[in-house]
Design a protein around this ligand. Structure first.
Ligand code: SF4
Length: 362
């Protein structure tokens, strides 16, 4: 699905930025509505607008806070992978039934921070000030990294910036096959393009408006030919009747599409959600069954599958991958040391060890 907004709102102080001009040209003949400030958007977008309708509106903004942050999701019991995020986009045109953004963002419109170059300069300054620290940085925290680039045109710029940074790697995460803007770039191996994978039956029922499994893997194969390292995320792993057959088949298809030596990393994580998400998702997607399992509240307040099921899923999926491709760095997202220990004998003990393990196949 190629996203096109129905309306575009632009903050007055965003008009001066090159990205704003470029985006408005791309959206022509859609006429922008100029706002005196971001707050003025409320007059055009009612607070009770549906999430689906809100996504049809695009807001171009001059973002005044710091967009470069350490991924916030860790506690001392969880092995953190020191991941950084560069927040350029808020909200996503795709519709995953389990998407946390439905309960998390306080605006339903899609927002883009047009002062990209300023935000990136701040990021570069931090990276250069710590030359000994390897940084992995993603832009897919609050959106899909590729789904909107036919409008924002920011990824070629980011790939170019990272090609000149010795101690940093960019990760672009997606569920689309919109790889056109990445073809033919001089990435110098500093950009990893990652796909989130699930069995086709889960994609059809729960990852609406995304590319099919086959199309995601075709796109990954195409970028492998362009010399990019590819990442994969089995996150969220979703339990359903035929989950074992579904995930083992998906792993086979993944390894047929991309050579293990070109896979930078694979992450695993089971379905988890903040309690308020369930009602929102079930109202928006009445036919879903992903919340029908037994869930328990974890220490971080998120609902997770009961521990034996979580453990079974993580250990089986990791075993299937390790049997077929033992050298790909495999990591668990938001899981405790105890589960890591059962997955591999010599598991990384600290964020620094995990970081260097994840960089080992780059
Ligand atoms: S791709 Fe990610 S951000 Fe977009 S709807 Fe799905 S889970 Fe949410």
């Amino acid at each position: 699905m190629i996203y096109q907004p129905q309306r575009v709102f632009v903050d007055k102080d965003a008009l001066a930025f090159g990205y704003c001009e470029k985006i408005l040209k791309t959206l022509h003949p859609l006429k922008p509505i100029i706002l005196s400030s971001s707050e003025a958007l409320d007059a055009f977008v009612p607070s009770d607008i549906s999430l689906s309708k809100g996504k049809q509106f695009l807001h171009l903004k001059n973002f005044k806070a710091d967009a470069f942050k350490l991924c916030p999701g860790f506690t001392k019991d969880i092995l953190c992978c020191n991941y950084y995020v560069l927040d350029l986009i808020e909200n996503c045109p795709l519709e995953c039934t389990y998407c946390i953004l439905q309960a998390f963002l306080n605006k339903s419109v899609i927002t883009f921070h047009v002062n990209v170059e300023e935000l990136v300069e701040t990021m570069i300054a931090t990276i250069k000030s710590r030359p000994q620290q390897p940084f992995r940085i993603g832009t897919g925290e609050h959106s899909d990294s590729l789904a909107l680039d036919h409008i924002f045109q920011v990824n070629p710029y980011l790939v170019d910036v990272f090609s000149g940074l010795d101690n940093a790697t960019l990760e672009l995460k997606t569920k689309t096959d919109l790889i056109g803007p990445l073809l033919g770039l001089d990435h110098r191996g500093k950009t990893v393009v990652s796909w989130s994978l699930n069995p086709s039956e889960i994609i059809r029922a729960n990852e609406l408006k995304t590319a099919s499994l086959e199309d995601r893997l075709k796109a990954a194969n195409r970028l492998e030919k362009d010399g990019y390292k590819i990442g994969f995320h089995f996150d969220p792993l979703i339990h359903y009747e035929n989950w074992e057959r579904g995930y083992s088949r998906t792993i086979d298809l993944m390894l047929e599409a991309v050579q293990p030596e070109n896979i930078a990393w694979i992450s695993l994580g089971t379905l988890r959600y903040i309690p308020s998400l369930k009602q929102i998702a079930e109202e928006r997607f009445p036919r879903i069954s992903i919340f029908s399992n037994e869930f328990v509240a974890a220490e971080d307040g998120k609902m997770r599958y009961i521990k034996p099921l979580r453990k079974t899923m993580l250990l089986r999926v990791s075993k299937w991958i390790q049997e077929k491709a033992p050298n790909i760095p495999l990591y668990l997202c938001m899981e405790k040391h105890a589960i890591w220990k059962q997955m591999c004998n010599n598991y990384p003990q600290t964020p620094e060890e995990l970081e260097s393990y994840l960089n080992s196949n780059l």
